[in-house]
Design a protein around this ligand. Structure first.
Ligand code: SF4
Ligand code: SF4
Length: 318
C-alpha cells in the first residue's frame, strides 16, 4: 500500500504565508531529530515497495546539514529523493550553487518549488527564478506547484515572471484549500470548488508521512493533520509496516479507498446530512466527512457491512 515516504522535517519556515496549511513560520519550533529520521528512512529502505522519500516542512533548507545527511542516507538505501522548497535561498547565488552541488552529490533528484501571490510576499519572484535556474544547472529536476485562488490574475503574473525556467519544470496547478491559516485568513470566495463530490477519490498515491509533530499520517495532504482518522501513531509506538497495517485494517479508510467519496456522500445524504455537491479537492471532501464524528458513528454499520462485502469480493478476485 505504501510506496513513498514523506518527511516533514520542521514547522519552521523562512516565510509565514497567510494560507499555510500547517501554520508554519520563522517561529516554528518543532523539528524532527536526526536519529528518528534515519531510523524511519532505514525502515523505508528495507520495505521493498517503498521507492522514494520526499522531504518538506516548513522549509527543509533551513536545516540544510540535516537535509543533506538524510538525502545521502536515503540515496544509499536505494530510494529516490526529493524536497519541497519555497526557493528563498535563490537570493544568495553563490551559496545556492554550493548547496545544490552538495545535494546533487548526495543523491537529490528533484526539488519541488511553490509559487503564488502569498508565497511571493516572502520570496521575491527573481529569487525563486534564480533557485529554479540553478537547480536545473545542477542537474536536479524541477517541479513547480502553483496555487489557484478565485482571482486568476495572480497566477498568470507568477507564471509569466518565472519564464524561461517554468518551461523545463513539471507544473502542477492546485486550488487553495480551506484548512490551516487559510481558514482563518481567507474569505469563502477565495476557495474554488473545483470538483464534483460524487467523483472525488483519494489521491494519496501510497505516500505515508512522518510529520514534524512526530506522528505518522496516512498521506501528505494539506488536511492530514486535521483529520484524526489519518493519524496512525508515532514511530516510537509502531513500525512503518504497522502503520500500513493500521490503514489496511480500518474499515472507513478501506471503503473510502475502494469506493471513493461518492459512496459516502450518498450514504450521508440518505441519513439526512447536508453534503455539498462540489468541493475544492477530494481531500477537502475527506476533511468534511472524516472530521464529522457524529456522521461517522451514524455510518458505522453501513461502513462495516460495505467493508465486509468489498473484502470478500477482493478475496474472490472480483
Ligand atoms: S513557504 Fe510553504 S511551509 Fe512556508 S509558510 Fe509558506 S506555505 Fe507554509
Ligand atoms: S482523500 Fe483523505 S486520505 Fe486521501 S490524500 Fe486526501 S486527505 Fe489523504
Amino acid at each position: 500500500m505504501f510506496s513513498r515516504l514523506g518527511i516533514g522535517i520542521t514547522d519552521k519556515c523562512s516565510a509565514a504565508c497567510e494560507m499555510c496549511c500547517f501554520g508554519c513560520s520563522p517561529a516554528g519550533k518543532r523539528t524532527l531529530s536526526r536519529e528518528l529520521m534515519m531510523d524511519v528512512i532505514r525502515q523505508a529502505g528495507e520495505a521493498e515497495e517503498i521507492r522514494s522519500v520526499g522531504f518538506s516542512g516548513g522549509e527543509a533548507f533551513l536545516y540544510f546539514d540535516l537535509l543533506l545527511e538524510c538525502t545521502a542516507y536515503a540515496h544509499a538505501q536505494g530510494l529516490k529523493v526529493s524536497v519541497n522548497s519555497n526557493g528563498f535561498w535563490g537570493k544568495n547565488e553563490k551559496r545556492a550553487r554550493e548547496m545544490l552541488r552538495e545535494l546533487k552529490t548526495a543523491g537529490m533528484g528533484l526539488i519541488c518549488f511553490s509559487a503564488d501571490t502569498y508565497h511571493q510576499q516572502y520570496v521575491p519572484l527573481e529569487d525563486l527564478r534564480t533557485a529554479m535556474r540553478l537547480t536545473h544547472e545542477a542537474g536536479i529536476e524541477v517541479d513547480l506547484s502553483i496555487m489557484r485562488t478565485a482571482q486568476p490574475d495572480g497566477i498568470v503574473y507568477v507564471a509569466e515572471a518565472l519564464r524561461p525556467e517554468i518551461y523545463d519544470a513539471t507544473v502542477t496547478y492546485y486550488p487553495m484549500l480551506p484548512v490551516g491559516k487559510a481558514l482563518e485568513n481567507m474569505k469563502e470566495a477565495d476557495f474554488v470548488d473545483s470538483i464534483r463530490t460524487q467523483a472525488a477519490r483519494c489521491t494519496f498515491n501510497g505516500i505515508v508521512t512522518l510529520c514534524f509533530d512526530g506522528n505518522y499520517y496516512m498521506c501528505c495532504s494539506q488536511f492530514c493533520t486535521d483529520i484524526p482518522r489519518l493519524k496512525l501513531g508515532t514511530p516510537g509506538e509502531m513500525t512503518l509496516r504497522d502503520a500500513e497495517t493500521r490503514v489496511a485494517s480500518d474499515d472507513y479508510l478501506y471503503v473510502m479507498l475502494m469506493n471513493g467519496f461518492g459512496w459516502y456522500a450518498d450514504q450521508a445524504r440518505a441519513l439526512g446530512y447536508d453534503i455539498p455537491e462540489r468541493v475544492c479537492t477530494a481531500c477537502h471532501c475527506c476533511y468534511l466527512i472524516f472530521r464529522n464524528e457524529k456522521l461517522l458513528e451514524d455510518l458505522k454499520e453501513r461502513v462495516e457491512e460495505e467493508a465486509g462485502r468489498l473484502r470478500i469480493q477482493h478475496l474472490l478476485g472480483q
